[in-house]
Design a protein around this ligand. Sequence first.
Ligand SMILES: Cc1cc2nc3c(=O)[nH]c(=O)nc-3n(C[C@H](O)[C@H](O)[C@H](O)COP(=O)(O)O)c2cc1C
Length: 182
Amino acid sequence: MVSTPLHVLLISGSTRASSTNTSALRTVAATAPDGVEASLYDGLLDLPPFVPGDQPDPAAVESLHTRIAAADAVLFCTPEYAGMIPGSLKNLLEWTVGTGDLNEKPVAWINVAYEGRGDAAVATLRTVLGYVGAEVVDSASSRITVMQPMIGEDGTVADPEVRDRLTAALTALADHVRHGKY
Ligand SMILES: Cc1cc2nc3c(=O)[nH]c(=O)nc-3n(C[C@H](O)[C@H](O)[C@H](O)COP(=O)(O)O)c2cc1C
C-alpha cells in the first residue's frame, strides 16, 4: 500500500536574499527523507500589511491559507530583529488568526543563530504560535547554528554534519505527525 507522503511547509522569517534562515530550510527541503515532502513558502514579501475586517483576502493571503491548509505540519526558521521576530513574519502570522490556519497544526522551529542569540525570536514566535492555537513540537525544535560561510553555491548548507541535523529536525516533526506523539 503506497502511503501518501507527509507534507511539511517551511516558513522563513527572513526577507534577505542570502539568508541563513532560508538556506537552512532550503537544505531541509533538499534532504527530506522518503515519505516526506517539504516545500519552502516564498511569499513573505508578497503579503500586504494585515488589515482586520471582513473584506475579501488579497490573493497572496489566499495562497498562504491554501499552503498552510495543505500542510500536515509547519517548520519555522526566523532571525531576530530588535529583540523579537521580524515584523514581516508577525504580519504573516496575523493573517492566520481569523481563519485559524494554524489551530492544532503541529509546528516546530529551528534557531540558526549563534549560541546566546536569537532566543527572544524563539520566545516571541512561541507566544504567537500559542496564541493561534498551534501545537508546538518541542522535541523537533532546536538550535542548529548556520553561519554564512556554510552556505554553498546551490544556496543550501554544505556542512554534512549540519545538513544531517537539519534533516533530523524534519524527521522528528514528521514522526510526531505520523505517530501522534513523539
Ligand atoms: C536590524 C537588525 C536587527 C537585529 N536585531 C537582532 C537582535 O535583536 N537579536 C539578535 O540575536 N540578532 C539580531 N540581529 C541579527 C540577525 O538576527 C542575524 O544577522 C540573522 O542571522 C539574520 O538572519 P538571515 O541570515 O536569515 O537574514 C539583527 C539584525 C538586523 C539587520
